[in-house]
Write a protein that binds this ligand. Structure first.
Ligand code: SAM
Length: 232
């Protein structure tokens, strides 16, 4: 089981407090006692060796022993926009994108999207991102952004970023020169419409192929993240 715990505020002083689900896991699942050693992170990029100093029913105060600057991030930033698949496949997508080092994720509201995005949907995504970061030892969390149309998402990519729109029949991907920012877009089960493709390519995006087989949304998203991350 994970001995990494997330502190929901910047760790700056000699102590840090675990509360909520993280404290519950430490105290009531792992049954940690005073003096137990653990690793803390706050999403700021570092991790902290710590020991449990004081415990109550719902909080654990930890003493910080050492701050460690350990980056497990990719050399370049990957920004992923994808239409949401259904049900459990959403969790898989968020978990694998976190593991592969994606920096930001935007749910795309494509013309043929069938999955509705509500506030509770993205709250779940934050929880899944955190769980995946604990497991894969990332010290930064993938940021979940509000849903956008493909056109709006495409327009936010900086001019000097590589911009890949997954679309069957597009160009063959060649490995990008690292480090570079790469923006990726993946469509819904029905695919991107001609209008959407035109809107993105008109803003400097390149349509890219992932081979002759048609992949499900989450498979396409993960294949794109792997290709964009390179050896990362
Ligand atoms: N009938 C749809 C079409 O032809 O576009 C298939 C959609 S596919 C299930 C969902 C999304 O995954 C697509 O919109 C595309 O972004 C991506 N995708 C799946 N297979 C792909 C491939 N072989 N090449 C490029 N993109 C692919």
């Amino acid at each position: 089981m994970s001995r990494r715990y997330f502190v929901n505020q910047p760790i700056v002083g000699p102590t840090a407090v675990l509360e909520g689900a993280e404290a519950h896991h430490l105290l009531h699942v792992m049954r940690a006692k005073k003096g137990a050693a653990l690793t803390l992170f706050d999403g700021g990029g570092a991790e902290f060796a710590a020991v449990v100093l004081e415990i109550s029913r719902s909080r654990a105060t930890c003493q910080i022993i050492e701050r460690r600057e350990i980056s497990r991030e990719l050399a370049g930033e990957i920004v992923l926009g994808a239409a949401l698949p259904k049900g459990e496949r959403q969790r898989w997508l968020i978990e694998k994108a976190t593991e592969l080092g994606v920096s930001r994720f935007t749910p795309l509201l494509a013309e043929k999207s069938v999955v509705k995005v509500q506030a509770s949907t993205t709250a779940r995504f934050d929880r899944w991102t955190l769980e995946a970061a604990k497991q894969c030892r990332r010290n930064r969390l993938m940021t979940i952004l509000p849903p956008l149309s493909l056109e709006k998402f495409a327009s936010q990519a900086p001019a000097d970023a590589q911009k890949w729109l997954a679309h069957p029949g597009g160009e063959t991907i060649s490995p990008p020169p690292p480090p570079t920012a790469i923006w990726l877009a993946v469509g819904p089960e029905g695919g991107f419409t001609e209008n959407e493709v035109a809107a993105a390519t008109g803003q400097g995006w390149t349509t890219v192929s992932l081979g002759p087989r048609i992949l499900r949304i989450e498979t396409a998203a993960i294949a794109m993240a792997v290709l964009a991350g390179g050896a990362g």
